[in-house]
Design a protein around this ligand. Structure first.
Ligand code: SF4
Ligand code: SF4
Ligand code: SF4
Length: 198
């Protein structure tokens, strides 16, 4: 039987395990405390289908050259147990995980379709150094400017949500400790069975 976790249990678990310390963060859970939203590997089909299709074979974990794909521990509940997710690190979008997936849980995508999440910047800790901007391989970060093109002081870089792929490259380049950049699963492109991107 699936173990149910309260919001308090879940937060306590995060604190104990240090899961939130990574540059990727598990966010969102239902009031029942069962559903957590995870950063899935590239090409992942929509969540319900993913849970029904993924074989928990760990082939994606084994082939990832960056070693960034982890599997969900039992503490998150039987439904999510052993499914792959990205906790922290940099995804280089070589799609080795997709090639290795035998089940169709990860579907072939183009680089243009690649989007596993979106970065967020903490305005309370950002020191406005703009070091992250030049590190983004997708040109998704920019300086904050007003309508006349003047730099807006004491304001974090602007994230172009359409361009940001959630790759995580910018996260370790931030000099604050912890990084002021966090990748979340927001706006991730998931594939519907049949090939439609959502
Ligand atoms: S695309 Fe490559 S680096 Fe990114 S998660 Fe898959 S195997 Fe790892
Ligand atoms: S390779 Fe595919 S089926 Fe196997 S664990 Fe990864 S996503 Fe699931
Ligand atoms: S997560 Fe990747 S794509 Fe998004 S802003 Fe950072 S470096 Fe750019």
């Amino acid at each position: 039987m699936s173990k149910k976790f309260s919001r308090r249990d879940f937060l306590a678990f995060l604190g104990v395990t240090g899961v939130v310390a990574g540059c990727f963060t598990i966010i969102n859970y239902s009031a029942e405390g069962e559903q957590v939203e995870l950063i899935r590997p590239p090409g992942a089909i929509t969540e319900d289908d993913f849970l029904a299709t993924c074989l928990r074979c760990r082939k994606c974990v084994e082939v990832c050259p960056q070693g960034i794909i982890k599997t969900v521990p039992l503490e998150y509940g039987v439904k999510l147990f052993d499914t792959p997710y990205i906790e922290s690190g940099i995804c280089i979008a070589d799609f080795k995980c997709i090639e290795a997936c035998p089940s169709g849980a990860l579907q072939k995508i183009t680089l243009e379709q690649y989007k596993i999440g979106t970065v967020e910047i903490n305005p309370k800790t950002c020191i406005f150094c703009f070091l992250c901007i030049s590190t983004c391989p997708y040109n998704a970060l920019d300086t904050p400017r007003d309508s006349e093109g003047k730099l807006i002081p004491r304001t974090p870089p602007v994230v172009n949500v359409e361009k940001c792929t959630g790759c995580g490259t910018c996260v370790p380049k931030c000099p604050t400790k912890p990084s002021s950049l966090t990748v979340t699963p927001k706006n991730a492109r998931r594939i519907k069975v049949g090939g439609v991107i959502v």
